[in-house]
Design a protein around this ligand. Structure first.
Ligand code: SER
Length: 694
């Protein structure tokens, strides 16, 4: 059966059983705390928690999904992928365990006609928090499964939450026995002892369907479980694995979802090997889908993951001796496999162009830096001894991802000093943690009080020539320094510090953050890229313009949000904290209940209305009495220095606040404001996460 028919049959079966079909959502979820859409349930979380009303009690979908949890196995076995499609069905407080189990069993045995004696099932064994799922056990027994084919597992049969907190529950899964010939024989202890059953890591028992996560719990960010006042069923089957079984294959890469891609690789490679080909086939799909859902390679967040898989793809393409570095044929093939499903034929050329542009740009960086790292690693391999510290240096200097180093070492049969690498990584993290809490300064016993207040010119200009270095301290390439004047904004008022470059004579520093001491001395934190920095050096500052601009837009949105909250919820509600960077807004306020969906909509509408009014942003300097007269909230009057001018940010006639943050021009170009999540921050304090859509 073709994968296209499997998709259709699945949806037909569930719609005939009263389920409403939902379209696949983007791989980039609304929930900013979650990197990617890793399952069909991601877009449904607000409904699963009843934060939003839903018109349907039964839903089904085919959802494009991306996970990196199994990335190390991709290519090395026939069943793990990063990009895959999940066929899913849900019940919102309608049917529960019995019907969910029956539906899954009927679809597999009656519609797809899988032989019952090849199926095994697993249920949740129970642990100290959650009891054993005895009901599912009984339902499977009723369908004729003897107790030796119902395996009880713990971690494998508890699913969720997908982000810091959320709905979760015990699950029951269906496995397909591919037969003894597929067993990896002596790779795992279960195989060695001839005791393979579901739960053993070998390929023989293939999980084909998470036939029901019985979501009746909520796990909060402190790890505490509470019972939800309602139940849900969440199921998910990987289309690639179902296709593998229904097409009588022993690897997902042999199914019609992959075989044409593998053929292209085979034809165009001078040094074909199946593991690299499988990895390339998986990763190219992930790249196409991620880019077309708007992810671009970068060094953080989603962009970092895309960059990592792109580099792994390049490396494996090199191993394959694949000629067309820009992957033209592969991207075209991916687009054509999913045409009419996720992509339109009419968009073919523009999609191709978008993806190839990203691949081409990444290829340049890869060839100029990462490849050097690989060559250095190869030199070390020739010498025969590679420490965790070497691996860390390759990662730090050339951006050679650790999973790539690992791939390379393992493919040569060499050990991987994971502990050594992790130790070095931890040390670096510790150093940057210390930087961010000023302890690098403390560690050299300085509080910087002898330095003059830094002149901050960055409200008006982003670049500055001729600043003088007053202090510089370097530690293993990490640097902290003070200038007499700067354009770098220092962390404050919820807004993150600027990053960018500082250059001097034969000197280059990448600035990653800036903090301000109580006395107004700006401490620049960064990495020395070239030369040495010393007291007395004359340098130029270049703030990262794109990052600053987006951060400023988010800061302006926070002012609008603050005012909109008061309009909708009353003046007693006020801002209790914020975190503003170039991608995200986090806003805390006092309220002892969740916002309703109508309130969220109202707040969004008010903010967006004021954005579209193209309101002017004025920065005014006023003394304390003038500020009081303007009616600005001065909650802690005695905290203000009454002898200095205060900075007032006024957005049209809508909002007026005291603020030391950065804002630009007018509201018109900041983007569309969207609240993506609300949660509790602490007792009586709610937290909103929001973004500006461009
Ligand atoms: N959310 C569950 C999973 O991803 C069932 O779909 O396995």
């Amino acid at each position: 059966m073709k994968s296209k028919d499997i998709r259709e049959k699945f949806i037909k079966f569930f719609t005939l059983n009263g389920h409403e079909r939902f379209n696949s959502s983007s791989l980039v979820p609304d929930d900013e705390t979650l990197l990617f859409t890793t399952a069909g349930m991601v877009q449904l979380v607000p409904y699963l928690l009843r934060e939003k009303d839903i018109d349907f009690k039964r839903v089904c979908s085919t959802q494009k999904s991306f996970r990196t949890s199994d990335i190390e196995n991709v290519g090395n076995d026939g069943r793990h992928l990063t990009f895959f499609e999940m066929l899913g069905s849900w019940s919102f407080g309608d049917y529960y365990k019995e019907e969910a189990i029956e539906l899954a069993f009927d679809l597999l045995t009656k519609e797809f006609k899988l032989p019952k004696d090849k199926l095994w099932v697993t249920i949740f064994k129970g642990n100290k928090n959650i009891p054993r799922d005895s009901e599912s056990y009984i339902h499977w027994q009723k369908l004729g499964f003897s107790s030796n084919r119902i395996i009880e597992l713990e971690e494998d049969n508890f699913w969720g939450p997908t982000s810091e907190e959320g709905p979760c529950g015990p699950s029951t899964e269906i496995y397909y026995d591919q037969g003894n010939s597929v067993c990896n024989k002596d790779m795992y202890s279960c195989c060695k002892n001839n005791k393979c059953i579901p739960g053993c890591d070998c390929d023989r028992y293939l999980e084909i369907w998470n036939a029901g996560v019985f979501m009746e719990y909520f796990k909060n960010s402190s790890g505490v479980f509470s019972k939800l006042p309602f139940t849900n069923v969440d199921t998910g089957a990987g289309l690639e694995r179902l296709s593998m079984v229904l097409q009588n294959k022993t690897s997902v890469f042999e199914t019609d979802l992959f075989s044409s891609i593998i053929d292209i690789i085979r034809n165009d490679s001078s040094n074909f090997n199946i593991n690299s080909a499988n990895l390339v086939a998986d990763h190219i799909k992930a790249i196409v889908f991620l880019v077309l859902d708007g992810v671009l390679p970068s060094n953080e967040h989603r962009g970092y993951i895309l960059r990592r898989i792109t580099r792994r793809l390049f490396y494996n393409i090199t191993i394959l001796g694949y000629q067309d570095n820009l992957c033209l044929n592969l991207v075209e093939e991916v687009l054509s496999i999913y045409e009419g499903i996720y992509f339109e034929k009419s968009d073919r050329n523009s999609n191709l162009e978008k993806v190839l542009k990203v691949i081409k740009e990444e290829d340049i960086i890869y060839s100029n830096t990462v490849l050097k790292g690989i060559k250095n690693l190869e030199k070390l391999i020739d010498k025969g001894k590679i420490s965790g510290e070497d691996l860390f240096k390759l990662h730090d200097t050339y951006g050679l991802n650790i999973d790539m180093s690992k791939d390379i070492l393992l493919s040569r049969g060499l050990d991987f000093d994971e502990k050594g690498f992790n130790d070095k990584m931890k040390q670096q993290q510790e150093r940057s943690r210390m930087n961010s809490s000023f302890s690098l300064g403390k560690s050299v016993e300085k509080d910087f009080s002898e330095y003059p207040k830094t002149e901050f010119l960055g409200y008006d200009i982003l670049s500055l020539m001729g600043a003088e270095v007053l202090y510089a301290e370097e530690n293993d390439g990490e640097i902290i320094f003070i200038l007499n004047k700067t354009t770098f904004y220092a962390e404050g008022g919820g807004q993150i510090g600027d990053s960018g470059k500082v250059m001097g004579n034969n000197l280059e520093v990448a600035v990653s953050n800036v903090k301000k001491t109580k006395l107004g001395v700006y401490l620049h934190f960064g990495k020395l890229l070239k030369g040495k920095m010393k007291e007395g050096d004359i340098v130029n500052c270049y703030v990262d313009k794109g990052k600053r601009e987006n951060t400023s837009f988010n800061h302006t949105a926070v002012h609008l949000l603050n005012k909109a909250m008061k309009i909708v919820l009353g003046d007693t509600v006020s801002q209790k904290g914020a975190f503003i960077d170039s991608d995200r807004i986090r806003f805390d306020f006092n309220l002892d209940r969740a916002l309703s969906s109508e309130e969220i909509e109202k707040i969004e509408d008010i903010v967006n209305e004021n954005i579209s009014k193209n309101e002017n942003i004025q920065i005014l300097e006023k003394n304390f009495d003038e500020v009081k007269k303007m009616g600005i909230d001065l909650a802690f009057e005695d905290r203000y220095d009454k002898t200095v001018k205060l900075r007032v940010v006024k957005i049209g006639d809508f909002s007026i606040e005291l603020c030391g943050g950065t804002h630009f021009g007018n509201t018109g170009k900041i983007g569309k404001f969207k609240i993506v999540k609300q949660e509790s921050a602490s007792k009586g304090i709610r937290r909103i996460r929001a973004i500006l859509e461009k």
